[in-house]
Design a protein around this ligand. Structure first.
Ligand code: FES
Length: 98
């Protein structure tokens, strides 16, 4: 179990390890784009990880390939549908509200 903090609202939720950021965010009632339903194809779930990056699952090739096509990508970028939460607290920043 880990704690996820969602910025800019500051909402915090407890999340079981192994849950994707996308699933955790949607379960908390917050909207986040996910047009391809978690296949790393659309990029609409792009967000920034502010803290706890090392607690997340490693970035795989499909995610890296998609991130390479997105404007505004930084070293903090992840696709919420690909990043799974581990055991350490994580803080993310949503880049837009749907
Ligand atoms: S939901 Fe499409 S890339 Fe994450």
């Amino acid at each position: 179990m880990s704690m996820l903090t969602i910025q800019p609202s500051g909402q915090t939720i407890d999340v079981p390890a192994g849950t994707t950021l996308l699933a955790a965010i949607l379960q908390s009632g917050v909207s986040l784009g996910h047009k391809c339903d978690g296949k790393a194809e659309c990029g609409s779930c792009h967000l920034y990880v502010l803290e706890g990056r090392k607690s997340l699952s490693r970035t795989q090739r499909e995610e890296n390939n998609k991130l390479d096509t997105i404007v505004g990508v930084s070293s903090k970028s992840r696709l919420a549908c690909q990043a799974k939460i581990g055991d350490e607290p994580v803080t993310i920043e949503l880049l837009s509200f749907v």
